[in-house]
Unconditional design. Structure first.
Length: 149
């Protein structure tokens, strides 16, 4: 079902501080910055030096809430305002097919149809209650990315 780990998503209370830490201290490079209003997030994707869009090397995703009622806003509130790992995302070739297979194996998908994700990808999520307490995102990347730097 899965091709590789696409990214690991960190919820962050302060995007600028998180970018500074992950680039200046930890040495990652910003490869995408944008907003997903539907998901209520400001997001930044990080790759290694020379990271290419077609690489299977996993990226790191920084997620800051656009408001307190968003998924990340609620996650941070529940975590005492501290950041942390919010999700792991697996890359798939066909998100609908992957969701169909996982559903047939007893996994609960969050959405009936894929939603819009980073780079114009098509995404869905497995409810953490059906995947051992881990929020798993499924990502089908487009051939032509929107916004890869
Ligand atoms: N990882 C693991 N478990 C989580 C979780 C997470 N990120 N978020 C919530 N949970 C658990 C809670 O601990 C809780 O468990 P208990 O009942 O045992 O306490 C249960 O799920 C329900 O928690 P909740 O606070 O009531 O959370 P919600 O039902 O409001 O939301 C979920 C849970 C999965 C539906 C929500 O996080 C969601 O819709 N996620 C998918 C969308 C998303 O994450 N968007 C932001 C990122 C966007 C992007 O990646 O582009």
């Amino acid at each position: 079902v899965f091709l590789c780990v696409d990214h690991v998503g960190f919820a962050v209370p302060d995007m600028e501080a998180a970018i500074k830490l992950h680039t200046e201290v930890l040495g990652w490079h910003v490869v995408f910055r944008g907003r997903n209003e539907e998901q209520g997030v400001e997001e930044v994707m990080l790759g290694t030096n020379g990271h290419d869009y077609t690489d299977r090397d996993a990226e790191i995703q920084l997620l800051a809430p656009l408001n307190e009622d968003s998924t990340i806003g609620k996650w941070l509130a529940k975590n005492g305002g501290r950041g942390g790992i919010q999700q792991v995302a697996y890359r798939v070739a066909d998100v609908e097919k992957a969701a169909e297979i996982l559903t047939s194996r007893g996994v609960t998908m969050l959405y009936d149809a894929p939603k819009h994700g980073t780079y114009g990808s098509r995404i869905n999520f497995c409810h953490p209650k059906s995947t051992g307490g881990i929020l798993l995102e499924l990502v089908e990347r487009p051939a032509e990315p929107e916004g890869f730097q």
